[in-house]
Design a protein around this ligand. Sequence first.
Ligand SMILES: [Zn+2]
Length: 114
Amino acid sequence: MFPLRLPRHKCRICGVEVEYSQVKVHYQTTHPEYGKWGRQLHMLMWLVLGSGVALVIVDLLYRSLNQILQYIIPAYLLGPCFLLIGLHVRKLIAFRDAWEKTHLLPNEKRTEES
Ligand SMILES: [Zn+2]
């Protein structure tokens, strides 16, 4: 019979394929700075989401008093989402560049020096 092959995740930094059950462990052990950034990003996302929910509740309670809230809320929710995505992409590229600089294969180093 064929061996059971579980779906794998390709690491965004070093490119190594990891089983999905080991993705978190891989990032925490091999790329601890990226793992730390991921936790900070999750905290920021929950803060944005939580404050967005609070704004929606305020909007529902005081809709008749302030019509401008219906324009502020989508901007408040979408703006930080785009900022966080952009920030995450920049961090990911920086982590990948740092990884490549410190973990070049000997062949790649030789071609770069020549
Ligand atoms: Zn990796």
